[in-house]
Design a protein around this ligand. Structure first.
Ligand SMILES: Cc1ncc(COP(=O)(O)O)c(C=O)c1O
Length: 290
């Protein structure tokens, strides 16, 4: 599948899309991004992703040159041009271009990119047998240092370290704690545990990205009549859970069946997990058509 990029107003093949080495995200991680899925020629949760991006821009003080409505139209147009049924959109916005930390001294015209590509994070069998996860020694950035609602490029240094640690251990993901020792999230996914029929996930104040997939699953679980709590969880809750699963745009909903070599529940995807996976798959048809 050809990968198409819209960069600052121009559409081109991925190979031709280049930005300045003085881009502020290249120099300082001073940018924001969104990963968005395309299911059946529809962009899933497009408005939610745009809202998160623009809230991030406001928080960071980026001088945006486009509106959510215009960027939305651009994204749908690039998808149309890419002519892709199922895929992945990477949306990046950086503050601008110029050397030096101080935004006052740079050209503050954001560099905006929409990349339409494909993505398969885990093989299909991982959704059937579930992931083994390790507890990472790397913690999430404390929410009082950088608000986790900002999906800033720079914050991913810690997550990449945690992902490498998981890779070295042969695990599918790394579970990151926060500065207080509460469970936060995995490197690119939110986490849920099921105990005695109650579905629990870390409260946003634990320093998690408030995932759009997480929010969809919370809604689906509540609609289905499950009791759902956003709360404070420790490794005790993970090791004693009956079931666990991860959620994220890239990972979708995937069972987590072991932590640090110890089985969670029976060590196979649980009933509630499978039910929510099914419900989520049905829900993926609800996107914006292009
Ligand atoms: C650190 C982190 N947590 C959670 C998520 C899941 O968020 P979403 O469901 O919005 O993709 C992501 C994915 O972007 C992430 O990077």
């Amino acid at each position: 599948m050809p990968k198409l990029v819209w960069l600052n107003g121009q559409v081109m093949p991925l190979e031709s899309a280049v930005t300045s080495v003085a881009d502020h995200a290249h120099l300082y991680g001073d940018g924001l991004f969104e990963g968005i899925r395309i299911y059946g020629r529809k962009v899933f949760k497009l408005d939610e992703h745009l809202a998160r991006l623009f809230h991030g821009c406001t928080f960071m003080g980026f001088e945006m040159t486009t509106t959510p409505a215009d960027l939305r139209a651009t994204i749908l147009d690039v998808c149309r041009q890419a002519d892709i049924a199922n895929g992945y959109i990477r949306l990046n916005v950086t503050r601008g271009t110029g050397l030096g930390l101080d935004p006052k001294h740079i050209v503050r015209t954001p560099n905006i990119m929409v990349m339409v590509s494909s993505l398969a994070l885990y093989p299909e069998e991982a959704y059937e047998i579930g992931l083994s996860v390790i507890t990472s020694s790397f913690r999430v950035i404390s929410p009082d240092a950088l608000d986790p609602r900002v999906k800033a490029i720079g914050r991913y240094a810690a997550n990449i370290l945690a992902k490498q640690e998981a890779n070295r251990a042969g695990a599918g993901e790394g579970l990151m704690m926060n500065h207080q020792g509460y469970i936060a999230e995995c490197t690119g996914d939110n986490v849920f545990f099921v105990k005695d029929g109650v579905v629990r996930t870390p409260h946003p104040s634990c320093g998690i990205l408030e995932g759009i997939t997480r929010n969809s699953v919370i809604e689906l679980a509540r609609e289905a009549g499950y009791s759902l709590e956003e709360t404070f969880l420790t490794p005790f809750d993970a090791f004693t859970a009956d079931e666990a699963f991860l959620t994220g745009t890239a990972a979708e909903v995937i069972p987590m069946v072991a932590l640090d070599g110890r089985k969670i529940g029976c060590g196979t995807p649980g009933q509630i997990t499978q039910d929510l996976m099914r419900k989520f798959r049905e829900h993926t048809h609800s996107g914006v058509a292009f």
